[in-house]
Design a protein around this ligand. Structure first.
Ligand code: ASP
Ligand code: MG
Length: 472
């Protein structure tokens, strides 16, 4: 086994693999690289959704297994046919589909799905995709081999549907075989999204989890770079569906990108940055079919403080508690947190004053949270109310929490647009500031903020952009 100089890991997202020509363009791009990369794939566009859907149909007794399997087979065959000119060898695909059929039949007989069965079934999209991509790469002249992550030895903690990797064990198992393939000039095409527990259970990392898989593999190989190929050109300054003038952010730190990922901005799986940050491996998020440089994510570097992006998330509710003696009663907050966590209600954000306590929760939890607190009876609380229909706006930037000017500017911009602001908080890592607005005000607030912070003033005379270089 020889140590490779500079392994690059490339994750290819399912959303970029929609049509047969997409497969050709992606595999040709990979084949043109000077040195064989490691490729991590997610399921071809729509496959995972259809696997989740068929499980429900099987449970309801409405599924037709034959037509489902035939449909998924022909979709993969079609995708292959563009890149593969000779007659297609469907045997590797059919073997996976046979396994799928058996697993679905088991559910059919039992009439219900276990979390174990669900994870094993939903992982099948990646197995099919890895085979399709490896075969297409071979066709474009590269040596390539498809590898299933469970067999390779991506080891998880065994939690179905939202597993965490066991990184040290995984590295022990996967590093050598992968470096061997690379040393021979073979491109390993590895399934993303899942691994297996020490008990041999197939366990998924949650929806979108292939990004996390690619980051794990990058860590294990101590890669020089992880490239994530997407159907967007990188992280944008705002959701382009909302702000048509949003621009690609050229650079962000791990912390900054993680704030946006945790918020649920659909660019990266929220856990992606953990394994790469540990080894300071740079991540490049870029378009799969474009040559633009995309967004680079890495450790903090010498540069002026600046804003990077505005992220948003809809669908929150606020639970408010009022009590004139609340501030004098120790343990009110603890009691509230404990009560809600016992009922599995997640508190996204909170704000407190002398006589009020406000909690931001997921919209669907709002009424239940208010009712539970009412029943429990929190000492000194006189009134509790729950209201849905709020959105969170999160502004991410370098040292945002340390600079008084930013908050003032943000709130005057939003205020001038006639929007009320609620529950302001500054992220503990000093890279994010968030606040809540009424759902109906979100478009107005976003337009005004993006205009003022990212489009209006030039960088030189913008007080937000001009602050001095500090630390890190
Ligand atoms: N195919 C899986 C999903 O759709 C994993 C991924 O796309 O990363 O959630
Ligand atoms: Mg997917």
């Amino acid at each position: 086994m020889s140590e490779q100089a500079g392994t690059v890991v490339i994750k290819v997202g399912g959303s970029v693999l929609r049509t047969p020509p997409d497969i050709v363009s992606v595999t040709e791009r990979i084949s043109r690289l000077d040195q064989p990369p490691v490729v991590v794939v997610s399921a071809l566009n729509g496959t995972t959704d259809s696997l989740f859907a068929v499980i429900e149909e099987v449970e309801d007794g409405t599924a037709s297994l034959d037509s489902f399997i035939e449909d998924i087979r022909s979709r993969h065959q079609q995708m292959l046919s563009a890149g593969v000119s000779r007659s297609i060898d469907m045997a590797p695909i059919d073997a996976v589909l046979e396994d799928l059929r058996e697993r679905l039949q088991t559910i059919q007989h039992r009439g219900e799905t276990t979390p174990r069965a669900r994870d094993a079934i939903c992982a099948i999209g990646e197995r099919l995709a890895a085979r399709v991509i490896a075969m297409s790469l071979q066709e474009s002249g590269s040596a390539a081999v498809s590898i299933d992550a469970d067999e390779l030895g991506v080891i998880t903690d065994g939690i179905f549907g939202r597993a965490t990797v066991r990184l040290a064990e995984t590295t022990d198992r996967i590093r050598e075989p992968l470096l061997d393939h690379l040393a021979e000039g073979t491109i390993p095409v590895i399934t993303g999204y899942f691994g297996r527990s020490n008990h041999g259970d197939i366990t998924t990392f949650g929806r979108g989890g292939s990004d996390y898989s690619a980051a794990i593999i990058s860590n294990s190989l101590d890669a020089t770079r992880l490239e994530i190929w997407k159907d967007v050109e990188g992280f944008l300054t705002a959701d382009p569906a909302r702000i048509s003038s949003a621009k690609v952010v050229p650079f962000m730190t791990y912390d900054e990108a993680a704030e946006l990922a945790y918020l649920g901005v659909q660019v990266l799986h929220p856990r992606t940055l953990e394994p790469v940050r540990k080894r300071q491996i740079p991540v490049v998020v870029r378009g799969a079919h474009t040559e633009t440089p995309g967004t680079k994510i890495g450790p903090p570097r010498e540069e002026p403080d600046q804003l990077r992006a505005i992220g948003t998330r809809e669908g929150f509710g606020i639970v408010r508690m009022h009590g004139s003696a609340m501030a004098y009663e120790p343990g009110v907050g603890a009691k509230v947190f404990q009560t809600l966590s016992e009922h599995d209600i997640n508190i996204v954000n909170m704000a407190a004053s002398q006589a009020t306590f406000a909690l931001l929760v997921n919209g669907q939890d709002t009424d239940r949270a208010a009712a539970i607190l009412e029943q429990t009876g929190i000492p000194t609380v006189e009134a509790i109310s729950g209201e849905r229909g709020y959105s969170l706006i999160c502004i991410v930037g370098r040292n945002i929490g340390l600079r008084e000017g930013v908050a003032g500017r943000v709130f005057s911009v939003v205020g001038e647009a006639g929007v009320n602001v609620d529950m302001i908080s500054v992220g503990s890592s000093n890279v994010a500031m968030s606040f809540v607005v009424d759902e109906s005000d979100l478009p107005t607030a976003m337009q005004a903020l993006h205009m003022a912070l990212f489009e209006h003033a030039s960088h030189e005379n913008d007080p937000v952009e001009r602050s001095s270089v500090t630390g890190s």
